[in-house]
Write a protein that binds this ligand. Structure first.
Ligand code: FMN
Length: 217
């Protein structure tokens, strides 16, 4: 992608307020789920699980937890992704990560006896035991995946809405997440904009460069 194309994409992507009810092709949804799976996270912790509501039944199931002003952004969207994170990163998850990295050949060539995931355990302990901000830290990772999803959706012509306007405790109850050691933190609707979606033609508004960027000299 050329630099100008990237910037044009950033300017043209926007938060869809009104969907048409049309479905996006399943291959595009699958590609976007793959983008989520491939998203980076601190120490490759991947503390997330993504729940996808595509059918009318599935969307109706989560609807009570969606705040009024966002409801149409769920019912008329094609698919809704709910981002959940672990209540804590425990030994089982650490083991699964390490086994996957070993299977994927990440440690090929390292000397025998290497404590491969010592660095990861250090950061997990730092957040969970010392700073006690483990949940916020994991949520930050989920938001990285959200950013990748929004960008990727725009790149393949899929409209999207990030959604914080939901009752996530209710969503956890509906999806039985606490029993699984998970908590929902944010959601994203994906779909096809209505032709007259008011937000599409509104100018983008951002603070000027000097207000948000400083060169360190
Ligand atoms: C984490 C996050 C949560 C958001 N929650 C909502 C929401 O619940 N409903 C909604 O209509 N827009 C929501 N937005 C959209 C923002 O208002 C929007 O991104 C911002 O105004 C910038 O506009 P743009 O996305 O069109 O560039 C959310 C955005 C982010 C990043």
């Amino acid at each position: 992608m050329r630099t100008e194309e990237l910037l044009e994409l950033m300017k043209s992507r926007y938060t869809t307020k009104h969907y048409s009810g049309e479905k996006i092709p399943r291959e595009k949804l699958e590609a976007l789920l793959e983008v989520l799976r491939l998203s980076p996270s601190s120490v490759n912790s991947q503390p997330w699980h993504f729940f996808v509501a595509s059918s009318d039944e599935a969307k109706a199931k989560i609807l009570p937890a969606i705040l009024d002003f966002n409801r149409e952004r769920v019912t008329l969207a094609s698919d809704v992704v709910v981002f959940a994170v672990r209540e804590e990163i425990g030994p089982e998850h650490l083991k699964a990560l390490l086994e996957q990295e070993l299977a994927d050949g990440r440690y090929a060539g390292l000397p025998a006896g290497t404590d491969y995931d010592a660095g990861r355990r250090h950061f997990v302990d730092l957040h969970q035991k010392e700073r006690r901000d483990g949940f916020a830290w994991e949520t930050a990772q989920a938001y990285i995946a959200q950013g990748f999803l929004l960008m990727a959706a725009a790149a393949i012509g899929v409209d999207s809405t990030p959604i914080e306007g939901a009752d996530f405790e209710m969503l956890d109850r509906i999806l039985g997440l606490r029993e699984k050691g998970l908590r929902s933190v944010v959601a994203v609707s994906l779909g096809v904009r209505r032709p007259n979606d008011s937000n599409a033609s509104r100018p983008k508004s951002r603070l000027p460069r000097e207000a948000v960027v400083t060169e360190i000299r």
